[in-house]
Design a binder for this molecule. Structure first.
Ligand SMILES: [Zn+2]
Length: 416
């Protein structure tokens, strides 16, 4: 017998339905339901409607009746993180803010390579525990789906260790972890060869093992002067595409080129885009590629934000993710960062919320979440308020008090 649960009443429920994947959204376009209930059957939503009538018809249903005013939103989706790592880069942060350059920090033993060294030393078990801990922190903040990349192993065996750690963490927590292989993060310093040879080895030897073990269906690459050129990545992505992988790109962070590759390969998303010009914005807006802004990296590095307003006005699809990583984005607070991006880029509440719900789901090719409607996963959160505008207005300082994942109440602040 499958479990049926009725949750409510929510003073205000924002289902994020009836909104386009691309282009601007005004707050007036949002559907706002008053005194609503959610009927859950097994892991999914079976009905959303007026709480009193759902309650009147409830037979063999467990009722979770809420006290006080609550606003209900879909569970948030963080479509870009690097939370499987060891070590800390607190010293990099201090040096950067003391005026040291990227090269000076790298020469002094910092940078991505430092995290690679620490992560290689860590066991799979250690990485699993750390990833689980960070994912649970996100869950308490309302994030019910998190993308997690490898990319701190940079050899066949070390990348496999990280991908297995993420898989293992996913199997033991409520949050869904969506794994991505980012073996193309940088050319490993200890690799005896050039970028082309490294990528060829990865695609020939690692890709089949990833497929065989069912570790992920997603391949990412960092296209940047300090990492890989577009020309390096073309054959790599060609191979990945032939093998049926979905693609995503770290694009246009400091220099352009990556978003063009994303569009050419029909990637699911192009992420970063801080350096994108009118040309790249136009290109992305005409494509089906989701443009993912990473305000956490701008905050960590003290750089400008992704031109989110321009992307939306050009007709593009904007997702917002935390980029949670030990180097450039240590904060890892999606709601705070999305609210800040909204203030700087003049995004409506609707656009910011779309960026961390259904538009983020599209960046991960997940059709079963990101909106609250019949048949979707029962992933949602409740905020102590009667007005959804209070959430972003508080710029991340106002967190959900309750979080449901696949119909199960997995976080309840009242009990802590
Ligand atoms: Zn990243």
């Amino acid at each position: 017998m499958k479990k049926r649960i009725l949750v409510g009443p929510f003073k205000q429920l924002v289902p994020m339905t009836g909104l386009a994947i691309k282009g601007p959204i005004s707050d007036g376009d949002l559907t706002l339901m008053q005194d609503a209930g959610i009927l859950i059957h097994d892991e999914k939503i079976s009905t959303i409607g007026p709480y009193t009538s759902l309650l009147a018809n409830a037979k063999d249903v467990e009722v979770q009746e809420l006290k006080g005013d609550h606003v209900c939103l879909p569970g948030f989706i963080d479509a870009h993180t690097h939370i499987c790592f060891a070590g800390s880069r607190a010293n990099d942060y201090a040096l950067r803010n003391a005026g040291k350059t990227y090269l000076e920090i790298a020469k002094g033993g910092g940078g991505i390579w430092d995290t690679v060294t620490q992560t290689r030393k860590a066991s799979q078990q250690t990485l699993t525990v750390r990833t689980r801990k960070l994912a649970n922190r996100h869950l308490k903040n309302g994030v019910t789906t998190i993308e997690v990349k490898s990319g701190y192993g940079l050899s066949i065996e070390e990348e496999l260790k990280i991908l297995r750690a993420i898989k293992e963490a996913n199997e033991t927590i409520s949050t869904d972890l969506i794994t991505t292989c980012l073996a193309a993060h940088m050319v490993p310093k200890d690799y005896q060869g050039n970028a082309e040879e490294y990528l060829s080895e990865i695609s020939t030897s690692l890709f089949p093992r990833i497929k065989k073990e069912g570790l992920t269906n997603r391949i990412d690459a960092f296209i940047e002067e300090s990492a890989f050129s577009s020309d390096d990545i073309l054959p790599y992505f060609q191979k990945a595409k032939e093998m049926g992988f979905d693609l995503t790109v770290h694009a246009d962070q400091f220099s352009t080129g990556g978003s063009e590759v994303a569009v050419r390969f029909d990637a699911l998303s192009a992420d970063h885009l801080e350096a994108s010009t009118e040309k790249e914005i136009e290109l992305l807006a005409k494509s089906n590629v989701i443009a993912t802004a990473l305000p956490g990296a701008s905050l960590g590095l003290g750089c400008g934000f992704t031109p989110a307003r321009k992307i939306l006005d050009a007709g593009g699809a904007l997702a917002i993710a935390s980029d949670h990583n030990p180097g450039s984005a240590p904060m890892g607070d999606l709601l705070t960062q999305a609210a800040i991006l909204g203030a700087f880029e003049k995004l409506t509440n609707a656009e910011v919320l779309a960026g961390i719900t259904f538009r983020a789901a599209a960046a991960l090719n997940l059709k079963d979440r990101g909106r609250l409607a019949k048949g979707k996963l029962a992933d949602f959160c409740g905020f102590h308020s009667d007005n959804y505008q209070e959430i972003l207005y508080n710029q991340g300082n106002f967190k959900p008090c309750m979080v449901w994942k696949k119909g199960e109440l997995v976080f309840d602040k009242h009990k802590h």
